[in-house]
Design a protein around this ligand. Structure first.
Ligand code: DOR
Ligand code: ZN
Length: 425
């Protein structure tokens, strides 16, 4: 393995420093470093962050390899500055057995661009009726620690309680897609003035909030860890803030799209804006941003949800919900938060790595740490083009938008996965 000498990178936006990557680790950090035989990467003006970690990625393999594969999703992730992603369980077959999570894990290793950490389903087939083999998935080669029926809510409170009790034994976490299904039947978008105007069935904020309120109480009762996926309403932020103040073991994520876009986007009837949970109001967006700043919301997770053209480029009612996220997450967050590099590193790398238990990721860029990092050019603005993205699907809501921040290079255990903005496999 060739040594890499990164020259003049601004670690977390600080003063320029050199980083020597050797044998998968950061061997040295300093100024004026030299290393014979090392490949030199000029990082003048670039910001170095620990490699980003996505707690919520849909890779679609097995089952929908026409929309995304572990390999294509890994390429998109590396190009987005990620060194680890957690792959959601709503594949076909569902990742509800040791066999399927091991398959996804192996595919991730073969792709070799990011660490792919499979998430296991909570219930068999995501059907919400019987617990899946959580223990076997935890004990498998994939070492599953996060379980989620994402796409669906674990709506039955007794099952949710059992799941929390089960994973408590090995410090696992249940990641809940909070949606009371009885309140969202037929829902097409956020319930509010825009849905009323368009005549589309609404998805009310309370459908999310009532499940989160219930689940923080269940997590408190059991003493287990709950993670709330894609928080989308101001009321949810309040519930989580109060639960944290009481000491409940709850963490939460927000997506880049819920930090930026609002339900007015549906007025275009362009299904690229259809997502679950739906885009909400500007009041919600402001509360989510505040929650992210004050730590009520621990992390940004992409909910990268590639969909084939036939499932997305159709009329609104028939389109699948979901948006691409991996290649645009950092630019959108940079746009929303500004150059608060330490906060960005916390919300997009350190905290997600902690929640997922991925010890090799989310570490400070100091000598001895695993060499998982990304280099960002904060001054370059670029225009998002759906066909210019590495994902197999094109359903980005940011098409034509000019965003700040270009990922120039990414390193996974000292090996460049992206150099000069180009993926290395
Ligand atoms: O918009 C979404 N898309 N929300 C989900 O919960 C699932 C995801 C998907 O799998 O496409
Ligand atoms: Zn979800």
């Amino acid at each position: 393995m060739t040594d890499i000498l990164i020259k003049g990178a601004r670690v977390l936006g600080g003063e320029p420093a050199d980083l020597l990557l050797r044998d998968g680790r950061i061997a040295e950090v300093g100024t004026g470093l030299t290393a014979e035989g090392a490949e030199v990467v000029d990082a003048t003006g670039l910001v170095a962050l620990p490699g980003l970690v996505d707690l919520h990625t849909h890779l679609r393999e097995p089952g929908r390899e026409d929309a995304e594969t572990v390999y294509t999703g890994s390429r998109a992730a590396a190009l987005g500055g990620y060194t680890a992603v957690c792959a959601m369980a709503n594949t076909s077959p569902v990742a509800d057995t040791a066999g399927v999570v091991e398959q996804v894990y192996r595919l991730g290793q073969e792709a070799g661009l990011v660490d792919v950490q499979p998430i296991g389903a909570v219930t068999v087939g995501l059907a919400g009726e019987r617990l899946a083999e959580l223990g076997a998935m935890a004990d498998s080669a994939a070492r599953v620690r996060i379980f989620s029926d994402d796409g669906f809510c674990v709506a039955d409170p007794r099952l949710m309680r059992r799941a929390l009790e089960y994973v408590k034994a090995f410090d696992g976490v249940i990641a809940q897609h909070a949606e009371e299904p009885r309140l969202t039947q037929g829902a097409q978008m956020h319930e509010g003035d825009v849905s009323a105007k368009l005549g589309l069935t609404g998805w009310p904020a309370v459908a999310e909030e009532s499940i989160i309120a219930r689940d923080v109480l269940l997590a408190e009762h059991v003493g287990a860890r709950l993670h709330v996926c894609h928080v989308s309403t101001a009321g949810s932020v309040d519930i989580i803030r109060a639960a944290k103040a009481r000491g409940v073991r709850v963490t939460a994520e927000v997506t880049p799209h819920h930090l930026l876009l609002t339900h007015e986007k549906a007025e275009s009837y362009d299904p690229v804006y259809k997502v679950n949970p739906p885009l909400r109001t500007n009041t919600d967006v402001q509360a989510l941003r505040e929650g992210l700043r004050d730590g009520t919301i621990d992390i940004v997770a992409t909910d990268h949800a590639p969909h084939a053209a036939e499932d997305k480029e159709c009329e609104w009612a028939h389109a699948r919900p979901g948006m691409l996220g991996l290649e645009t997450a950092l630019p959108i967050v940079l746009d929303v938060l500004g150059e608060q590099w330490d906060l960005i590193a916390e919300r997009m790398s350190r905290a997600p790595a902690r929640i997922a238990g991925l010890d090799g990721h989310g570490n400070d860029l100091v000598a001895g740490a695993p060499a998982n990092l990304t280099l960002i050019d904060p001054t370059t603005r670029w225009t998002v083009e759906p066909t210019g993205l590495a994902s197999l699907s094109h359903n980005t809501p940011y098409a034509g938008m000019t965003v700040p921040g270009r990922i120039v290079a990414t390193f996974l255990r000292g090996v460049p996965t992206v150099l000069d903005g180009k993926v290395q496999k």
